[in-house]
Design a protein around this ligand. Sequence first.
Ligand code: ASP
Length: 439
Amino acid sequence: MRKVVKFGGSSLADAGQFRKVEAIVKADESRLYVVPSAPGRRFDGDTKVTDLLIEAYRIAVEGGDLHAHLQTIRARYDEIITGLGLSLNLDEEFDGIEHQLTEKPYLDFAASRGEYLNGRIMAEFLGFEFVDPYEVIFFNEEGDLNSYKTEKMLQKRLTRTGHAVIPGFYGQGKDGRVKTFSRGGSDVTGSVVAGAMKVDIYENWTDVSGFLVADPRIVKDPVSIHTITYRELRELSYMGAAVLHEEAIFPVRSKGIPINIRNTNRPDDEGTWIVESTARKPGYTITGIAGKKGFCAVLITKALMNSEIGFGRKVLQAFEEENISFEHMPSGIDTMTIVVHESEFIDHEQNVVSRIHRYTQPDSIEIESDLALIAVVGRGMRSMRGTAARIFSALAHARVNIRMIDQGSSELNIIIGVANEDFETAIRAVYDIFVETQL
Ligand code: ASP
């Protein structure tokens, strides 16, 4: 058995957290490749090292006191080094960073140093080899991962080592400069290493015991999800449930490697398994609930719309020409509704409306704003009768008016539109009916 273990920023925020990571890594010989993030927040209101480094770049460009700012960052690392009783000295590293940022500041280099330095400390602490992603992770001209070259180089480099530490978040751009993934990208590095080395499991250690069925800011102490498929995860993340970087799925998915989300602070919790497919039934018919506010619906009515060929295309053309992407499109016999993000739509609304009028001569166009969308997601819904009925009666009991319903043909999700102000109540009601009453 071989595993990649990625640790997020909160798992590495100070020396105490490093010790927890050490215990986790050392508890299992198969935890071969360790991918650390940069130190995250130690307490509410604290600043992540990556943000401090981005600020360093800004200071370098605007000509502020770069040296003093870098010393603040250095203090965070020195605190970790001393706390762990290591003798590592970062003089040279910080001189190099200051020199680079003074001479030729560039953002990706600055941002990437958080992971680089944490990787150096982690390698020293664990007694593992340090592998700089600059030498094994490559981007192409367009700025996307060059998977082919990256896989080859990772395989070449890592088959020669036993245990290794490979910092997350960055690699080498086509121009030979350091380049980072988008924010939260250490998840992607972990996945890329797991995929290239064809390990058995990609463990992603964070500060929650996996995915929760609903947002804990809305539902008190929600239960966690034991197993979720990649497709369910995609539906939930799209609707705002964020634990894992979106691009972290692809490198492992194509190789059939499961991702296990774990909690560094509660290492005995099993966490959540993200898998391609499973025979395991979700605990509660539904796998998860997520949602977002701030949508609006454009309702177009025209008698005999159903028999007018090309009607839908012309409506969508009006949105396309205004460069607006649509989220959902529930339709009736003589009605068609296009749901869009209010913030994207608002400046273009009259242009869109007049285009629709010109292209399709509808009977009426109505715009409803302040709409929230809630996705109830679950592979178990396909084989269960009455799921929709339970959702709707729960919402009726909670006195929430449903303004739109859209069930994807995959039967993997049901999307419900409610007023923004009913958003939290609706999520709680759906959660309660499936989880609290455990039917
Ligand atoms: N440290 C980077 C960030 O804050 C990458 C990561 O943590 O995954 O975005």
